[in-house]
Structure formats: C-alpha cells, structure tokens
Design a protein around this ligand. Structure first.
Ligand code: NDP
Length: 399
C-alpha cells in the first residue's frame, strides 16, 4: 500500500512505470515526474491506469524537488533521471523524510569520474533519519551485485575472482547509437579502465584490454575491460575477492565511430563558444544522435549479463560459478515499447522498490544492493521478465 514517485521519464523511467503499474497491490499510486512533463503524460497514457499521475520538476534544483515531494508525499523515490541529479534528489528526500533508490552513482557534470564516496557521505544522515537509500539498483550495477551476494550466500566459502560480463548482441540497424543516455554512455566508455587486483586498483588505458568471451545463446564476442561502479562496493562488501573486473562487448563499427567522435572533439565535456553561445560538444552530439528510447522497434537479438566467479566452496573445495540473464530486445519492446537495455535496468529498479515497500529489504541508511537478502529479489526478478540461469564448475574463460 504505497505511493511511489518516479523521477526521470526516459527509456529506463518508461520501463519502471510500466512494471510498477503491473503491481497495483504494491504500488498503489504512481507519480511520474521529469523535466519534460509531456513525456510523462505520454507514458501514463500508454499504460492507461487511473492510479498514475504526472508532474514536472528540474531535479537539479533542491527547492523544486522539495516542493514536488511535499505535493505528492511518496514513500519512495525511484531516481531514473541522470547521475548528475543523485545528490540533489537525496538531499530533498532527507528534507522531506522520503526513501530513495537509484540505478547509477553520482557523477559531477564537469568531470567524467564516478565513485560512491559522494553518496556514501550521506550514510549517517539517512541512518539518523531512519530512512533507506538503495544505490545502484539497475542491472549492472544492480543485479550484478545481487548475483554476487547470491553466490556468496549459497555456494562460496571464499570468492576469489569476480568477472562481470555484459554483452549486447542486439542489432538496431543504425550506423551508430547508444543504448542509454548517449552523454552518460560515452563518458563511461572513453575514460580509463580500472580493475581490482590483490588489494589495489590497476588503471588501464580506455579499452586497452580485451578478449573474446563466449556468451550463452549468442556465441563469441570481443569484450573490453572497463571500470564499472559496482566493483568499488563489491570488493569492500566481499573482501575475500582478490581480483574483480568488468567486461563489456562492443562491435568494430561502434568502436570506429567512437574513435572518430573523440578525434574530432565531439566527446569533449567542457564548454566551447559557438556563434556567441556556449555549448558542450558531447551534449550537442546527444541532440543529433538517435534517441535510445526510439531504438526498440527494429531492435533484434538479445543481451546477456552475468557474473563469473571462482573460489572455494563452503567445504573449501575449488569451484567456479556463472549466473546470468539473457533478455530479448523484441520481447522487451513488445511489453514496454523499450529495448532490452532500458528493460534490464528498469525491471530491477521496480523489483528493488518492491523489496523495500514490502519490507523484504529493510536496512536503514545508504546501502548498496549486495547488502540485502538476494533470495526474494532474485525470485521476483525471474517472475517479472528477467529469468536467470546458473552454471557450476564450467570454464569461466576469464582466468
Ligand atoms: P534518458 O536520457 O533516456 O532519460 C533521462 C530522463 O531524465 C529524461 O526523462 C530526462 O528528461 C530526465 N532528466 C534529465 N535531467 C533532468 C533534470 N535536471 N530534472 C528532471 N529530469 C531530468 O536516460 P535513460 O533512461 O537511458 O537512463 C536513466 C538512468 O539509468 C541514467 O542515470 C543511467 O545512467 C541509468 N542506467 C543504469 C543502468 C544500470 O544497469 N544500472 C543501465 C542503463 C542506464 P528530458 O526528457 O526532459 O531530457
């Protein structure tokens, strides 16, 4: 019996709204608010349920957020705007006594750098207020952390290596497009890689390390080592992990476009003067690239995201474990009008919200997903469109 406020109505926000609306027994009232209200109205109309209303907000502005929260008095905010808005929304939640959930960690607009320190700095304030903030509850970060917690709970006495492997084998038929917000996506991929090894971070050049990995039902795909935010919390919460890495697949066509975009300065995030107006090239590029929300219709193929873990089982014997989900772009589109990358992010956000609102995830303070019980989350994930599979003692390919 709870009211939820979804902030942000892009690809991910649209999926969250659709999935919350499928559970009126949990999400009794749904408010969708974003910078552009007409987009929220269109999503609410497409879902067509009477318990959905819409509003507008500039989530960079704490006062506007406070007014929004006071107008609607939700129990939980699901933040699926951009990572730039995480801190303003957390601040407003604290001021209004509202719980918080997001899918991506805070990034300052002027530096392409992401880490949890800014949001972890809110731990004491959320705890003292008796509120919960659930960080990184999409797929990766999100399900990747829950998969790791599930492996620790049910299989491993000691996890030693963790490789999160993220493959998008879909084809949208465009020469170049990103699957989620282009600005956030290109910032993530063009920065240095980083992985955890024997107690310290090893920095690599952007996309310097790659290898061919085989994905279930897909086959071999070239996979590139990136830094990804969940590595930071996972090596803290599971300190036996000696090495933790993140891999993502990219096609040659995508990488060629990316190289050109960088070489001609269009990936720059500093302001340049153009005809008397200040513009940020990467933000301008976003305006001319295909909108990730519009890719769904012609998208074929599937994604495969999972965790490959090695270590010792509960009896001390060596073991390997691979847990993954495959998601079809076509099926995601049929259900929500969005492609699988938005779908695999939005479903876990709804499931995390459901865990909180039904009391299954009830820790106070600022928490990463792996701190909660993975079992009810993974049961609900499978029941809500993202079934998962396990393979024990196979070749992980990543050793
Ligand atoms: P989109 O760009 O499609 O949507 C972003 C939405 O946020 C838009 O509705 C936009 O409004 C709104 N917004 C932006 N700035 C503001 C603001 N100042 N005030 C209010 N609303 C604002 O992005 P996606 O849906 O693809 O991604 C959403 C989030 O999900 C991102 O943070 C992304 O990093 C995260 N993500 C996480 C993944 C995971 O697995 N954990 C994977 C993929 C994405 P407008 O329409 O007016 O521009």
């Amino acid at each position: 019996m709870s009211k939820v406020l979804i902030i942000g109505c892009g690809g991910v926000g649209t999926v969250v709204a659709h999935k919350c609306a499928q559970h009126p027994e949990v999400f009794t009232e749904i408010v969708i608010a974003s910078r552009t209200k007409s987009k929220c109205d269109a999503v609410a109309r497409a879902i067509g349920k009477s318990n959905i209303s819409t509003d507008s907000v500039d989530a960079d502005n704490v006062e506007e957020l406070v007014a929004l929260l006071n107008r609607h008095k939700p129990e939980l905010v699901i933040n699926v705007a951009l990572p730039y808005q995480d801190l303003t929304i957390m601040e407003a939640c604290l001021r209004c006594g509202v719980n918080y959930l997001d899918t991506a960690n805070y990034e300052p607009k002027d530096v392409a750098h992401f880490e949890y320190s800014w949001q972890w700095a809110y731990r004491e304030r959320f705890e003292q207020a008796g509120l919960t903030a659930i960080l990184g509850c999409g797929f990766d970060p999100g399900v990747s952390g829950v998969f790791t917690a599930y492996a620790a709970k049910h299989y491993f006495g000691e996890m030693e290596t963790l490789d999160i492997v993220d493959c998008n084998a879909g084809d949208h038929g465009k020469a170049f497009a990103t699957n989620f917000n282009p600005e956030i996506n290109i910032r993530e991929i063009t920065q240095n890689g980083r992985y955890w090894n024997e107690g310290e971070w090893v920095v690599t050049k952007p996309l310097e390390f790659h290898k061919t990995l085989n994905y279930p039902n897909i086959g071999p795909r070239e996979s590139y080592l990136l830094y990804h935010e969940e590595l930071e919390s996972l090596v803290q919460n599971f300190p036996t992990i000696k090495r933790a890495r993140f891999w993502m697949t990219f096609g040659q066509e995508y990488l060629t476009h990316l190289r050109v975009i960088q070489n001609i300065g269009m990936a720059r995030i500093d302001e340049v003067e153009y005809n008397g107006t200040k513009i940020v090239p990467l933000q301008f590029l976003k305006a001319v690239l295909p909108n990730p929300q519009d890719l769904g219709e012609n998208y074929h193929g599937e994604t495969s995201i999972g965790c490959r873990i090695s270590g010792k089982d509960k009896e001390g014997k060596p073991m390997t474990y691979y847990i993954y989900n495959n998601c079809s772009h076509e099926e995601a589109y049929r259900e929500t009008g969005m492609q699988a990358v938005s779908y695999t992010t939005g479903v876990p956000a709804m499931v995390g919200a459901m865990m909180f609102l039904t009391g299954k995830w009830n820790l106070k303070g600022v928490r990463n997903v792996e701190e909660f019980d993975p079992d009810p989350f993974l049961a609900a994930l499978a029941a809500n469109g993202l079934p998962w599979h396990e393979v024990l003692n196979s070749d992980l390919e990543v050793l």
